[in-house]
Design a protein around this ligand. Structure first.
Ligand SMILES: Nc1ncnc2c1ncn2[C@@H]1O[C@H](COP(=O)(O)OP(=O)(O)OP(=O)(O)O)[C@@H](O)[C@H]1O
Length: 304
C-alpha cells in the first residue's frame, strides 16, 4: 500500500504539489492522471525521496522510501525514460542491479523472459529501440519481485503489441496482490488498464475513485441520431422542447433524453432514421470536463 499524506512542494513560493493526500491499495491497477504541469512528476519524485517535500510524507507499507532496507525488493520503480547505461548490455544492466541489491543472479534471466527481452539480452542498451528500453526498465522494476510498483509513463514508446502486453502485465501483477501505480497522459489506455484513478490538477487532488465512477460523475452519455432528414428531425425535437447539437460527422446529438423516446418521436413525425444509438462517455471527456472546470476555477480565483 502507498500512503501519500498532505504532500506539499513549493517552487519559488508557488505550490506545485498542494496538500495532496491519497492511498493506493494493493490488488488494483491505479492510474495517475493530470494535465501537463499538474504535478505528476514532482509527486513521483517526492514519493521516491528524489526531492524533499515542504510538508507531508509518503509511506510504502508504513515506511518512507529512503528508509526501506532493500528498496528494490519493496518498491519496483521505472522512471521515464528508464536510466540505463548505453554501453552495458541488457543482461549486464540487470545483473549489476541484482548484485548491488542482493537479488539472486538467476532472477535476471527470469525478468528478461517476463518482458520478452531474452533474445536481446546481449544487446547494448544504447542500441535498443525505445520500446525495448521501456521493457528493460520494467524488467529492472520487477527484479526484486516487489509488492509495490511505481511506473512513470510505462506505455511511452511501446508499439500496439507492447501496449497490449503492458496492459496484461500490470493487471496480472495487481491480480497477484501487488500495488500497481502508473502515470499516463493516454486516457484511452488508462481507461483500459486501470481500475482506479488518482487525478490531480494544479498540484491538488481532483479525484480518487474508480475509473467507472469517475466517468459517471464527470460526463454524461448522449444519443446519436443519423437521419437523411436532419431539418425535419430538428423541427420534431424542437416541437417537443428537446435541444439538439450537431456532431462533426453531421449526426445529431441529444443529451438527457432516452434513445427509445427519440425513436418514437421520429416515427410519430414520419422521419427516417439510419441510426439511434446511446454513446457512452469516455474517460477523456470526463477528464477534460473535470480538469477544464478546475483550471477555469483557478484562473477565476487568480483574477480576484
Ligand atoms: N525545479 C523546479 N523549479 C520550478 N518549478 C518547477 C520545478 N519542477 C517543477 N516545476 C513546476 O511545477 C509544475 C508541475 O510540474 P511537473 O513536472 O511535476 O508536472 P507534470 O504533471 O509531471 O507535467 P508533465 O505531464 O508535463 O510532465 C510545473 O508548473 C513546473 O513548471
Amino acid at each position: 500500500m502507498i500512503e501519500v499524506r498532505n504532500l506539499t512542494k513549493r517552487h519559488r513560493g508557488r505550490a506545485v504539489v498542494d496538500d495532496l493526500s491519497f492511498t493506493v491499495e494493493p490488488g488494483h491497477v491505479t492510474g495517475f492522471l493530470g494535465r501537463n504541469g499538474a504535478g505528476k512528476s514532482t509527486t513521483m519524485r517526492l514519493m521516491l525521496g528524489l526531492d524533499h517535500p515542504c510538508a507531508g510524507r509518503v509511506l510504502f507499507d508504513g515506511v518512507p522510501y529512503r528508509r526501506l532496507p532493500e528498496p528494490l525488493r519493496r518498491v519496483g520503480v521505472m522512471l521515464s525514460p528508464p536510466a540505463v547505461h548505453p554501453g552495458r548490455t541488457a543482461f549486464d544492466h540487470l545483473l549489476w542491479l541484482a548484485r548491488t541489491n542482493r537479488v539472486p543472479r538467476g532472477r535476471v534471466g527470469e525478468v528478461l523472459e517476463t518482458v520478452g527481452l531474452t533474445g536481446a539480452a546481449r544487446q547494448r542498451a544504447g542500441s535498443l529501440s525505445l520500446g525495448m528500453t521501456q521493457r528493460l526498465g520494467i524488467a529492472a522494476a520487477l527484479l526484486g519481485d516487489p509488492p509495490v510498483l511505481l511506473l512513470d509513463e510505462p506505455v511511452n514508446g511501446l508499439d500496439p503489441e507492447g501496449v497490449l502486453w503492458i496492459r496484461g502485465m500490470l493487471r496480472t501483477l495487481a491480480a497477484e496482490g501487488r500495488t500497481v501505480f502508473f502515470s499516463s497522459h493516454l486516457m484511452g489506455e488508462t481507461a483500459l488498464t486501470a481500475e482506479r484513478l488518482v487525478v490531480i490538477g494544479g498540484g491538488r487532488l481532483l479525484a480518487d475513485t474508480t475509473v467507472r465512477r469517475f466517468v459517471e460523475d464527470n460526463a454524461r452519455s448522449h444519443v446519436r441520431l443519423r437521419t437523411p432528414e436532419p431539418g425535419r428531425m430538428r423541427e420534431a425535437l424542437a416541437m417537443s422542447g428537446i435541444q439538439v447539437g450537431a456532431a462533426e460527422d453531421g449526426s445529431l446529438e441529444v443529451h438527457g433524453v432516452e434513445a427509445a423516446r427519440l425513436g418514437e418521436l421520429a416515427a410519430a413525425n414520419g422521419v427516417t432514421l439510419h441510426e439511434v444509438s446511446t454513446q457512452s462517455p469516455s474517460l477523456e471527456e470526463a477528464f477534460m470536463r473535470l480538469t477544464g472546470a478546475e483550471a477555469g476555477a483557478r484562473t477565476e480565483a487568480g483574477r480576484r
